[in-house]
Design a protein around this ligand. Sequence first.
Ligand code: T5A
Ligand code: NA
Length: 210
Amino acid sequence: LSGGNSESRGALVVLEGLDRSGKTSQSSRLLSYLEGLGHSAELWRFPDRSTDVGQMISSYLSNKSQLDDHMIHLLFSANRWEKRSLMETKLKTGTTLIVDRYSYSGVAFSSAKGLGVEWCKAPEVGLLSPDLILYLDIQPEKATERGGYGGERYEQLEFQKKVSQCYQVLHDASWKIVDACQPMKDIEKQLQELVLECVMTCQKGKPPAN
Ligand code: T5A
Ligand code: NA
């Protein structure tokens, strides 16, 4: 990200959490909030199912195809790599990106299957580092109660418990952990504060992490 007009740099904000933790709901609320304040912002998500790689991922998630665990891990990563340069351009030109899942989902979900954490992290090296990571914290049992598990591959309580443990290993002190069991409005308020502070800091020219 270096070399751009640092004074108008957009922020890279990532939302992470278990399935049904509320990422998509909160991401779109954040987008409206930033746009309402006159900031340039876009909502992105991974997997991005619109690309060729994304369609292979989507087919795997809906159990229409079988793939080796390593193979699907690399496809998820490739799906981020194919978006990297556009992501960089957006950020450099002052657009904030609210991203629904990123590399941490990649590592948490694959290591929950038993793949080594270091192996899982390797293909993510060189992707852009987020300015802010928001973790929507929910117990797997509570997430299941929200219902609507659509039958996608990972939407099972026992597996989500393992993913939850893997996220615990991954996160560091820089992550902002938000209780995802509060009313949506309360979560929204907390996220707004965190994101606005981050956006303002990036605008002032804080150097990017990567
Ligand atoms: N994956 C992903 C990998 O394995 N590797 C990778 O590299 C990546 C990027 C993708 C799957 O792929 C895996 C992870 C996933 O298993 P997805 O398309 O991102 O899946 O789908 P999910 O993240 O699972 O999306 P969900 O739709 O399940 O969950 P969200 O977005 O977290 O939740 P949301 O906002 O849709 O809300 C779910 C329900 O809960 C309610 C909502 O109204 C909705 O009904 N809700 C609340 N109810 C009460 N209180 C609140 N505070 C609530 N917030 C939301
Ligand atoms: Na979602």
